[in-house]
Design a protein around this ligand. Structure first.
Ligand SMILES: Cc1ncc(COP(=O)(O)O)c(C=O)c1O
Length: 398
């Protein structure tokens, strides 16, 4: 059976992630699972907070009548009221239950709002380096992704954003704390971006990593800074429950045409096949909306890895949020360097996969002891990259 040209093309362009997965399978076979250090996947390696599991047990034990039925497509009104109140307290914007659409994680929220606003050929600005799934989300709805390079410190660059605007630009996706760079966008930069955006552009704030910040960093409240922004929120990373698929889309009540936009997003959530977000998990997250994994655990691993890499000569700045380190590769060819790491049993994703060659992404969702055991491999890889002649025949397994 023939598959669509669009999906065939998307399968081809997602090949970096697939290639890393296949390399992992192969490496585990060759070296044994214990000797493979998988930094490639952003899948939390911690259990959900005890408060989350307790809330789940309570919801199951209560098993209210009719609690497994269809519901309004936006989600349970009581749940949305609780979450709106919390968001209003945090942001200072008077959100109500009507402004919240419960979704299948941030991915569900982004897809719903894109479906609601895009006509075929409309453009969505994405800051590079970028989360590669954005391309597919945008193309799902006939849109066109337009990449805009960030500045040297990976902060948004208002002048480049202005240069990328066209009459077809409908949205700008902002992800802070950022995957893959770990950068938290500064308030001053976001204010500068707001000043250059025309009224017709909606900012989609993709915030699944908001509570995961280090050294006391606070993620600026983008929905307050921007005149026209929505939040795609998710508990996937905060509660370490990405398989449960729960999040929301928050639509500030002051947005022009809000009633129509709300209706469009709810319709999109329904017809994308989600119908509504998970019933049980709506009750769970509304019982303990702020429960968060131990951020100190990720911060400790960040410090361990970045200190070690820096002492070996890598340019590996400490991320301020999310759970990724984004060092420069010691040689400009990041794909070649990823190959050297693989020979040490280390799996990393080349920056090329995120639109920025010369870098690599290392996920901190790897166990601490695996980081420690992988360090000699990082040391040998930088040595052999910088002094290839000395290493051509000696210490690397073939
Ligand atoms: C930047 C970014 N946005 C969205 C998502 C999707 O998250 P969710 O599991 O909430 O759909 C991810 C997942 O890794 C992500 O890194």
């Amino acid at each position: 059976m023939r598959i669509s040209r669009a999906i065939a093309g998307q399968l081809e362009s997602s090949s970096w992630i697939r290639r890393m997965f296949e390399s992992g399978v192969q490496l585990r076979r060759e070296l044994g699972a214990k000797n493979v250090f998988d930094y490639s996947i952003g899948n939390p390696d911690v259990e959900p907070p005890e408060a989350v599991i307790a809330a789940l047990r309570a919801v199951v034990a209560e098993n209210l009548p009719r609690s497994h039925c269809y519901m309004p497509n936006a989600g349970y009104p009581e749940v949305r009221a609780i979450l709106a109140r919390r968001l209003a307290e945090r942001s200072g914007i008077p959100f109500t239950a009507d402004d919240i659409v419960m979704t299948n994680g941030a991915a569900g929220a982004i897809n719903a709002v894109l479906k609601a606003i895009l006509d075929p050929g409309d453009e969505v600005l994405v800051l590079s380096p970028f989360f590669p799934e954005y391309r597919f989300y945008i193309e799902n709805h006939g849109g066109r992704m337009v990449l805009v390079e960030t500045g040297g410190d990976f902060q948004p660059d208002p002048q480049r954003i202005v240069a990328a605007l066209t009459p077809r630009t409908r949205a700008l996706i902002l992800n802070s704390p950022n995957n893959p760079t770990g950068v938290v966008y500064s308030e001053a930069t976001l204010l500068a971006v707001n000043r250059v955006l025309p009224e017709t552009v909606l900012v989609i704030c993709d915030e699944p990593y908001r509570p995961l910040t280090f050294d006391g960093a606070v993620t600026p409240e983008a929905v307050r800074i921007f005149d026209r922004a929505v939040i795609a929120w998710s508990w996937s990373k905060a509660m370490a429950i990405p398989g449960e698929r729960i999040g929301y889309l928050a639509l500030p009540p002051h947005l022009p045409g809000i009633a129509q936009l709300r209706g469009a997003c709810i319709m999109a959530n329904r017809i994308l096949g989600f119908i509504n977000a998970s019933a049980i998990w709506q009750w769970v997250v509304s019982a303990v909306p702020e429960a968060t994994v131990d951020v100190a655990y990720y911060q400790e691993k960040r410090d361990l890895l970045c200190d070690a890499l820096q002492s070996m000569g890598y340019d590996a700045p400490r991320p301020r949020g999310a759970f990724y380190v984004f060092p420069r590769t010691p040689i400009a060819d990041d794909i070649a360097f990823i190959g050297l790491l693989q020979r040490e049993g280390i799996l990393a994703v080349p920056g090329t996969g995120f639109g920025r060659s010369g870098y690599m992404r290392l996920s901190l969702t790897i166990p601490r002891e695996a980081i420690v055991r992988s360090l000699p491999g990082f040391a040998r890889a930088i040595e052999s990259a910088l002094f290839p002649a000395a290493h051509s025949s000696s210490c690397l397994p073939q």
